[in-house]
Design a protein around this ligand. Sequence first.
Ligand code: URA
Length: 423
Amino acid sequence: MIIELIEKKKRGEALSAPEIHAMIHAYVNKEIADYQMSAFLMAVWFQGMNMDEMIALCDAMMHSGEVLDLSDLDGVTCDKHSTGGVGDKTSIVLVPLVAACGGIVAKMSGRGLGHTGGTIDKLESIPGFQTEVAPSDFKRQVREIHAAIVGQSSRFVVADQMLYALRDVTATVDSLPLIATSILSKKLAAGSDVILLDVKYGEGAFMKTKADAQVLADTMCAIGAHFQRKVRAVISDMNEPLGHAIGNTLEVLEAIDTLQGRGPDDFRTLCIEEAGILLAMADLAADESEGRQRARSALEDGSAFAMLCQMVEAQGGDVRYVKEPQRFAKAPYIKQLPALKEGTIRALHARSFGELAMELGAGRKCKGDRIDPRVGIVLHHKCGETVAADTCIATIHANRELSEDWIRRFYEAVEIEESSRDL
Ligand code: URA
């Protein structure tokens, strides 16, 4: 059967829903070999899929494992998903922020791979914080405190776990129908009523252009509507890292700072924008503007931070670290890097910083690699800002001395245009 389906897709023909369901079922039951599925994925990469095929694939993947039923929770349940980027610690702020404003937020997150970080790795840098939580405990926590962020169980959307691992090693990750169905199948199986998608574009993201990100966003919203879920998308820039911090503990510290009413402007603005949309979607605010206002107040009056503390405690984390962040273990080598010339920062290449942080030990090259929560990069400037020569542009947190090659690549990732008077 699979050979016929590969043939069909190779010729650019559409598969029927029963064909797609049978194929996913057979693959999960190991009746289709990885090399055959790889050929099918590559055919999809070249030929694409129409909306009916994507709906069928999403449905088949969603039902390839446990599906959570949150319908007995008292209120509208909310979820968000980012297509991934560098320095993206948004969930750590958004989940308690929306919960503090009356939302019920049930979030399943992933680990980082390659240049992008993962929320679960970041949260695990809080000593004791448990991310492997049974579905019944996850639901109980959401019912009791209205906020939870847990890792995906291995019984959840099994087909996506198998297909994603295969896509990762067959150069088929960056396919719009495969990304859309991978993300949506997980969001639908996680059971929330309203879903906000943060679709990133730029050099640190899967989608390189804003136009491609818009097509992906529209596709996912259309699939979500078919499954009677309210899905909205924001398109956001991932050409430069989000906020200042890249690395697990460093990002948790930035999230804590933001939940205490501070934090970098770009990151704080994105969190408030996303919270405003979710609150309006869940009918907890008359419109997005009122939602944003409520979110700002929750950041300023301490209620969002209090909700983070509750969530950390509920998941076994040592809340003293959140309340007294100086307790977090620091990396043994901390080095400040100066600007090499005076001028305006024209680019901070997100992908390069993601890779540089990964090499310090903040991320993993391969699935089983261990990460060091202490290490990473804190950038002290954003694009468009001017710097004087010798001012510190970044602090590097490392567990060994930086190599010359690493420092050389760091400076390649920072583009400074000299001020005209110096030219
Ligand atoms: N995130 C996912 O969950 N799946 C993809 O395919 C890409 C990004």
